[in-house]
Design a protein. Sequence first.
Length: 120
Amino acid sequence: IKTNLAPEAIGTYSQGVKHGNVYYFSGQIGLNPETMEMANGFEAQLEQVLKNINGLLESQGLTKENILKTSIFLQDLGDFQIVNAAYEQFFTAPYPARSCIQAAKLPKDALVEIEVIAGI
């Protein structure tokens, strides 16, 4: 999967791959796909991450309702409540399965990274 609706890969990986009816999208950080610059602050990065996820989905004719599972990586697990509030705005019940961990360091010193798996 390759689209300009989400940041280009910054390493040796794909933006996503499709296997059967399942899409595995690479983790998204708060990079603006047009400028490749990182958003400032946790909430701005989180907002950009969700926009990037929407871009990946849109590129494949999918919507957030197709998301089956999310994996969330936070630099500070203390930001978990902010993620929950954004999650409630982004998704509707029933919510996808989710895991969330604190990571010591994320690419480009991001404060949050989210990867999704979607199905059709």
